[in-house]
Write a protein that binds this ligand. Sequence first.
Ligand code: ATP
Ligand code: MG
Length: 499
Amino acid sequence: MTSDNLILKVEGITKSFGAQRPALSDVSFELHSGEVLCLVGENGAGKSTLIKILSGAETPDFGTILLNSKETHGLTPRDAIASGVATIYQDVELIDSLSVADNIFLGSEMQSAYGLGVDRLAQEKESKRYLDLLHIDIRPSVLVESLSAAQKQNLQIVKALHQDARILIMDEPTSSLGFEETRSLMSLVGELRSRGMAIIYISHYLEEIFEIGDTILILKDGERVGLYPRLAVDVDFVIHSMVGRDASLFFQRESVPVGDVRVIVKEMTWDEVVKKVSFEVRAGEVFGIGGLVGSGRSELVGLIYGMYKRSSGEVIIDGRKIPRGNPSSAIQSGIRLITEDRKKYAMFGQRSVAENITITHNELTGGALLNKKQEAVLTTTLIDQLHIAVASHAQSIESLSGGNQQKAIIARWMLDDADLYIFDEPTKGVDIGAKEEIYKVIVELARRGKCILMVSSDMPELLSMSDRIGVMRAGEMVKILVKDQSVDEHLLIKEFVGS
Ligand SMILES: Nc1ncnc2c1ncn2[C@@H]1O[C@H](COP(=O)(O)OP(=O)(O)OP(=O)(O)O)[C@@H](O)[C@H]1O
Ligand SMILES: [Mg+2]
């Protein structure tokens, strides 16, 4: 790449939060237009911190940013946007109560002639042009609240294009997307790249990185390991550089003995969302639930947990009937749900890591209260076991990186003695080394004779962890596959789409 298409040069960026090791130390890299730079590293490696600095959400302690031939020591969010940097965060920043077009033009509304206010028609027409340009099938006049997560993400990309962004930053964009939506995001990224956009792409899915990346920037413990042309490296090299040891994309779980039926789900129904779903789970069994986004997977497990009120059907654990629509009685009856949306349901953000880990014991399940010393011992054990990166037990869980938050929540459930553990996307946002740790925890629970239900969009995960896989399609469980040689990714996708 020549220096004339250089668009961003970052030099010697260092950033510390308090007394811990710096989140970033002396990180430098260059980005060119038409380049897809993939940023990879373990949970807590400093990826999000780096992009927060580029989008003006954080200021570096040291270092310089050369953007459009202008050198600065830090940006405000306004500077970043004005310099053509658009960032797409996980927590979508759109206004639900406005239309698609109004969101695209927010802050730069088109005025109609004679001062009659915003020219909605012109905005919609112009929005359609942008949407068409990227082959995105959304009507400009619909309200954003009616869009799916994937559509909202696409809309943010369109908005960035409309703002003349020349650098697009995406932090784990596919972590809430299903298989097909991920495919279309991949081709959208290719399209933007061919239009000369520079893209910084963060993902824990190395398959994606190797598909779309031109260059791979590896961070470890806040330091740059290297910046490599994708064609010069292979997956094993990248994994080794990230986690400092060999790990595999395909986890080989050990099998544990499967016992008697403990959980019976009978004709579970919730309006048109979940229809007459029946299955059983045995002691020590991992029952996977697969399907496309919107097929009713999360709703099904939410119903079992009592998060929603079923219209009819039954859940029976060890002969006990579980009342409907009541999570606290589900907890009392030995059901635990670890959701994909940890911010909303599981995290006590302001409280410490230690409190978040031991809270089930102390408060949620009304277990025996732990004294400070017991709490500290348990917390230390679990933090070591799951390799949770924390500066101290007293650190607030909010200040951990995304993947480490997830590990802390999972650690919580190791501490109590339930019967049915439901994992909804257990390794979302979790790095490849830590995934293995979480898988080991799940296998350990199975070994203790627990029943495991696991919803996952991660095909290798679903295949390697499940003893059986229930396939959801349009609210029904259309098939239960016994995991053997014949069940592979290809077959699963065929079952999911029903062709
Ligand atoms: N506001 C903050 N206060 C204290 N520590 C922070 C804060 N933000 C980030 N950190 C720390 O900085 C380090 C890097 O975090 P960062 O979020 O950049 O990691 P990441 O590479 O994005 O990880 P993940 O893959 O889990 O998202 C972590 O150790 C994290 O705990
Ligand atoms: Mg992050």
